[in-house]
Each structure stands twice: as structure tokens, then as C-alpha cells.
Design a protein around this ligand. Structure first.
Ligand code: ATP
Ligand code: FE
Length: 335
């Protein structure tokens, strides 16, 4: 079977073709327009999706060397995400499925981030059920107990900002360009992680809170800059390293608690923040010292992509989980 996946939940327009678990093409158009605003502008994102969707889908089919008549189904991101963005992908997928008279399959974006681990990549090991998935991205921070492909339970999540936002907002306070996460990560590698202590908010044992960290970074920078106007400039690496250390420790603390409460030590991570060097190192250490089995997908399957949507499309098609053509986009869509 051959499924076309379409993703348009935020600011990336993406399309991919999967055939029997193998990704034949994975095309993504990243919208640059948001950089100058320092964050995603929903209205502009929606318009850019409208411009990108036809060429991106076309390219995915050409790269896969698949004619649209060979497709078995169309899978699309129904939610969660920005409504204006979701509508573009949803409408396009519906029309294409109707035109080709093939099944239409809705996909939950967060479920897809987790099931990206099942894409058939030789160097990518697939986790055994049940496992714990930690989705760390620009919009989400969740720990999910994954019992089976479509049996998932959120056991912990952020009560306010997502971890990616914590990275991006801290970076913004330090005057770094958007999106700040990768830049902060790079600078952190040259700094002392214990130079400056930042607080780790106390919330439910498996829940997260990141808004306090952002405020702590802001007050810290304001206070220190009053004493020395060049403080940030002169201590940038150490500040970045300290922020990153705090975030990574916090994520690891929660994972350790989740392992303890569930008795499961297979840990899969996904979402853009799983590119972070600190969390990757911490997971490597945990697998050595604590005997965890850890899974990190290829970077292109961590950030928003359509390969994961196509993957879920295939899994659903195999199980007869097909959507009605009256299906609509859903900005808030729980697992
Ligand atoms: P969602 O999947 O929840 O809808 P999203 O699509 O915006 O959110 P992703 O594309 O998965 O999120 O991830 C983007 C986030 O990952 C940004 O906040 C970015 O700063 C962060 N990020 C990427 N690389 C790194 C890194 N090396 N260190 C820290 N953060 C990073
Ligand atoms: Fe995402």
C-alpha cells in the first residue's frame, strides 16, 4: 500500500509518500516569513500554506516516483494546531481523496510524533510496547504511556509554556535570533552549566511548568545588567549552559519519576527539542547508568514532517480506521 501524508498544523507545509513502512519522499517547505516577527504569525502561516500546498504535494509524488493513481489513501493532520493552517491541509486532503475516490484518513499530530518511531529506517530501532514517549516541541511537552499503536495515555504534561518555548523565550531575552533553541544549545556547549542556578518549578510529579523559568531568566538578566551593562555579552555561554542544564535536569527528573511509577524503562523522545545536545547526552547517560532503553528518531522525523503523518496513515489503513469525508479540522485535539 502507498499513502500520501499531508502536514500543515503550524508553519511548515509538508507532504510525504510511504510505501509499506518505507518513506519514498519527505518534502517540507519551511516558512521563513515568521523570522522577522520572532514567532509564528497565524494569518501569514495560513496564507503561505495556500501557496505551498500544491507544489509541495506535487514534489512529494515526483520524488517518490509515484503517480497519484497509485495512491491507496490520503492521510492528513486534523489537529492539534493553528486553525487557519490546519484548514488548508484538511481541505486539500479531502478534495484530493474525493477526486481520486480513495480513503481519507485523519491523523492526530501528537500521535504522529510518537508513531514516527515506527518508520522503517534501517538505523532506527523500533520501541517495544509498552513504552514511554516524551514529546518535547515548540507547542507541547508531554509524557505519554504508549500501550499500543492507538492506545495512548498522557500521564504528564506542561501546565503553561512548552519546553521549546522556554528555550526560545529565554534566547529572546538574551538577544538571540528566532528560533533561539538551537542557538542557545550551541552556545551552551562552550559554557559552565553550574555557573548560575535557575529554579525548577514544583508542580504535579509528572507535570511541567516553564513560565517561571522564563520570568527567572528575565529578572536575572535585568538585575545583572543594572550592575554591569555588559554582563550578558561577557557571560553568554555560561548563561546559556545554565539555562539548558536546568531544563534538561527538569525533563530528566520527570522521566525518572515516570519510569518509577510505571515500571517501564523504554523511553522514546520526539519533537524539535529532541535535537538538543543536552537531552541527548542525558539520555545516553541514563541508558548506561540506569539501564534504560532509549529511542531517538532521525532529526527529520523529530521536527514537524509529513513522513510521520503518512506512517500513521498506513497504520490506520491497515486497521480499517478511515475517516468520513465530512471530517473537519480540530485546533484542540487530545490523544
Ligand atoms: P508542535 O509539534 O507541538 O506543534 P512545533 O511544530 O512548533 O510544535 P517542532 O518543530 O517540533 O515544534 O520544534 C520546534 C522547537 O524545537 C522550537 O522551539 C526550537 O527552538 C526547538 N529546538 C530545535 N532544536 C533545538 C535544540 N538543539 N535545542 C533546544 N531546542 C531546540
Ligand atoms: Fe509538531
Amino acid at each position: 500500500i502507498c499513502v500520501l501524508g499531508i502536514e500543515s498544523s503550524c508553519d511548515d507545509t509538508a507532504a510525504a509518500v510511504i510505501q509499506n513502512g518505507r518513506i519514498l519522499s519527505n518534502v517540507i517547505a519551511t516558512q521563513k516569513i515568521h523570522e522577522e516577527y520572532g514567532g509564528v504569525v497565524p494569518e501569514l502561516a495560513s496564507r503561505a500554506h495556500q501557496q505551498n500546498i500544491v507544489p509541495v504535494v506535487h514534489q512529494a509524488l515526483v520524488k517518490a516516483n509515484i503517480d497519484k493513481k497509485q495512491l491507496s489513501a490520503i492521510a492528513f493532520t486534523r489537529g492539534p494546531g493553528l486553525m487557519g493552517s490546519l484548514l488548508v491541509g484538511t481541505s486539500f486532503a479531502k478534495s484530493l481523496a474525493m477526486g481520486l475516490n480513495i480513503p481519507l484518513i485523519e491523523v492526530n499530530h501528537m500521535q504522529a510524533h510518537i508513531l514516527a518511531h515506527f518508520i522503517d529506517e534501517p538505523e532506527q530501532e523500533k520501541p517495544e510496547f509498552p513504552f514511554l514517549a516524551m514529546t518535547i516541541s515548540g507547542g507541547h511537552t508531554q509524557i505519554v504511556l504508549v500501550k499500543d499503536y492507538f492506545e495512548m495515555e498522557v500521564i504528564g504534561q506542561t501546565l503553561d509554556d512548552a519546553v521549546g518555548e522556554a528555550f526560545d523565550k529565554s534566547a529572546k531575552i538574551l538577544g538571540l535570533p528566532y528560533p533561539g533553541g538551537p542557538v542557545l544549545d550551541k552556545l551552551a556547549q562552550e559554557g559552565d552549566p553550574l555557573a548560575f542556578p535557575f529554579p525548577k518549578p514544583q508542580v504535579g510529579p509528572l507535570d511541567f511548568s516553564f513560565s517561571g523559568l522564563k520570568t527567572a531568566v528575565l529578572y536575572f538578566v535585568q538585575k545583572k545588567t543594572q550592575e554591569d551593562p555588559n554582563f550578558v555579552e561577557n557571560n553568554l555561554n555560561d548563561i546559556c549552559a545554565s539555562i539548558q542544564y536546568t531544563i534538561v535536569e527538569y525533563l530528566m527528573d520527570k522521566l525518572k519519576k515516570a519510569v518509577k511509577t510505571t515500571g517501564i524503562n523504554r523511553i522514546a523522545i520526539g519533537g524539535g527539542v529532541s535535537a538538543n545536545s543536552g537531552i541527548r547526552r542525558a539520555l545516553e547517560l541514563a541508558s548506561k547508568d540506569l539501564g534504560w532503553k532509549t529511542y531517538v528518531p532521525k532529526f527529520e522525523f523529530c521536527t514537524d514532517n509529513a513522513a510521520m503523518i503518512a506512517m500513521v496513515g498506513q497504520l490506520k489503513l491497515e486497521r480499517g480506521l478511515i475517516s468520513d469525508t465530512s471530517v473537519t479540522a480540530k485546533a484542540r485535539f487530545s490523544l
